[in-house]
Design a protein around this ligand. Structure first.
Ligand code: DSN
Length: 414
């Protein structure tokens, strides 16, 4: 690169990624092919509109690449329509609201403190200023079961136009059929924000909400799905809804689509259709279970009592007297990256909460199996119990570096 300053920063980040272990459950490593498409000359092109009906000339190849991405993602998730233009998960969710709601209409989604996402109605967000959001919660944070009776009660009372299933910090599976039943009862559209688990669904390790009758799925493409940073909106079969969503993305809330990202999405959807991807998706779950066992054995409280997916939410303050922020910092020191997280009923503030959230997608991409994951969990607990012991931390850091060296970030996945 000619820009030495940026080149140096890229190299430093590459070293950080190579030498440390990534446990943030929403992060991953992309293949060399995804990276190439992501950094390709498609970035030079403006393509407002959709394949076959654009507002600028020169669309011979952009049309083909966008059609390819749509075709591949529809096959992957078993649906009829896809919009592959959302810049990420937040605009994808906003576009669905804009497509189906009038200002003041109601959406029923998971409470943020029980695992939901900011874009599901946090008061600070734009959608919350336009629409009304009501929430459902877990019945008991120690089992993680959703309080479906209360969900139904709130739905009957508030008559939402959309019932939203999805989360960014919830470790259990959702009963999609129950959501659909309740939605039919109140005449709501069902929307699943599966950003965290899209790769697990694509890899057939978790159930596809479309198989239980969901109408719409939104997702990011860079988490378990292992594509470039971006978003998608999928519609199972209703063409009218799909058309409204297309209009809501463009010209509704976005301008020109990022064609280099769409090219990289097409590559990622191709990779996610392979048998190897299925093995990866199943291994993510096995690895998370292996870490769960170590936390259980050490009597560390996990929200939901454990995990059915790729992530664990541990109450480190309640169990070890270490705050989420302290845990995040001390684990960073030994080469383990994860994030502090509020837990249901947290009495602490979001910037220093009681919990940590971590997961297995990135280390599974690095080919970690249960044995290595157990060891990482043990090392995490050892570090947290000895957060002020320099010698222990040095020894752990050495072992983490060794593990990272033994399992380099792969460049090819198929
Ligand atoms: N920031 C993502 C996560 O970490 O879950 C969600 O948007």
């Amino acid at each position: 690169m000619q820009d030495k300053k940026v080149e140096k920063l890229i190299k430093s980040e590459a070293k950080r990624q190579a030498e440390g272990l990534e446990l943030i459950p929403s992060e991953n490593y992309v293949s060399e092919d995804v990276l190439k498409a992501n950094g390709s000359i498609f970035t030079n092109k403006y393509s407002e509109g959709y394949p076959g009906r654009r507002y600028y000339g020169g669309q011979e190849f952009t049309d083909q690449v966008e059609r390819l991405a749509i075709e591949r993602v529809c096959k992957l998730f078993n649906c009829k329509f896809a919009n592959v233009q959302p810049h990420s998960g937040a605009p994808a969710n906003l576009a669905v609201y804009a497509a189906l709601l009038q200002p003041g209409d109601t959406v029923l989604g998971m409470d943020l403190s029980h695992g939901g996402h900011l874009t599901h109605g946090h008061p600070m967000t734009l959608p919350a200023k336009i629409y009304k959001f009501v929430t459902y919660k877990m019945k008991d944070p120690d089992t993680g079961e959703i309080d479906y009776e209360d969900l139904r009660r709130v739905a009957l009372l508030t008559k939402p136009k959309i019932i939203l299933a999805g989360f960014s910090a919830y470790p259990r599976t959702l009963d999609y059929k129950k959501f659909v039943e309740i939605a039919h009862e109140v005449g709501a559209v069902t929307m699943a924000d599966m950003a965290h688990i899209a790769g697990l669904i694509a890899g057939k390790a978790l159930r596809n909400p479309f198989d239980d009758g969901f109408d719409i799925i939104t997702s990011t493409t860079h988490k378990t799905l292992r594509g470039p940073r971006g978003g998608i909106i999928l519609t199972r079969e209703n063409e009218e809804i799909a058309k409204k969503i297309d209009k809501a993305i463009f010209p509704g809330i976005q301008g020109g689509p990022h064609m280099h990202i769409i090219a990289a999405k097409a590559v990622a959807f191709g990779e996610a259709s392979t048998p190897k991807f299925k093995i990866y998706a199943k291994q993510i779950l096995k690895n998370a279970k292996a870490m769960e066992q170590v936390f259980k054995k050490n009597n560390i409280r996990m929200i939901g009592g454990g995990t059915d997916n790729h992530l664990i939410l541990a109450d480190v303050f309640g169990s070890l007297g270490v705050t989420g922020k302290e845990a995040q910092t001390v684990l960073d020191e030994v080469g383990i990256t994860l994030n502090m997280n509020s837990i249901a009923g947290d009495t602490r503030k979001p910037l220093d909460p009681s919990g940590i959230r971590f997961g297995t997608p990135a280390i599974t991409t690095r080919r970690f199996k249960e044995k290595e994951c157990k060891r990482v969990a043990e090392l995490m607990i050892l570090t947290l119990k000895n957060k002020n012991d320099k010698k222990v931390k040095e020894a752990v850091h050495k072992e983490i570096k060794k593990l990272a060296k033994k399992f380099p970030i792969p460049k090819k996945f198929v």
